[in-house]
Write a protein that binds this ligand. Sequence first.
Ligand SMILES: [Zn+2]
Length: 248
Amino acid sequence: MNCAESNLFLHAHADGELDVAKSLDLARHLKTCSACAGENKSVRYLSAALRQASLRYDAPDSLRRDVRRMARSLANETRPRLFQSLQLWKYLAFGATAVAFVAIVLRPGIFVQDQMSNEAVASHVRSLMAEHLTDVASSDQHTVKPWFNGKLDFAPSVKDFAAEGFPLIGGRLDYLNGRPVAALVYRRNKHFINVFVWPAGHSGGGKVAIKNRRGYSVINRETIGLHYCLVSDLNAKELAELANLLER
Ligand SMILES: [Zn+2]
């Protein structure tokens, strides 16, 4: 098995969908190839992260109470008592389904943002391990910005912040959650920073969110039209400085 095949099979492997022969083939390749072994780690981390409690949302108690109250008032219409209690159960069953449904529908923005952040961390790690930080290596914003022309359905704004201590290293085309995004790479002393950019509105709210995932700082910001997701092993305070510069 070569690296291209291994990359194809990693996701199926993580989902337990590979037959024995292919699994053995893949295991042999992973033993000898550190790049693919690293990729395998990120894939496994991602599927584990998706099962984590942080991505599950329970309906708030107030909503549960409202649905119960609604069910009660509907069932309180004049009906024979047995019939009424049967109806009540029906409403309660419907209520439970509605609670679950509303919980899923109300929070997709947060769910997507969490998923994008997880994938952004995996991609950050991958870009460093595979030593594939940039497709276009340049500190010149006038070289990096046009490089994205025709590769994305939006135009990321690209600025060099060398004067502020965050020199631009280059850019890269990346995929998060199945969508092409721009990855801008900055440096702070010895730390690399991936800034993933995609059109705003694809990932829910634009609130400032600083998270720590696997020891990496993640900051999500939304400005007019664009969403920025910054990932680095740099401390959150300095990473926020770059987020502020991007937001200006
Ligand atoms: Zn390989």
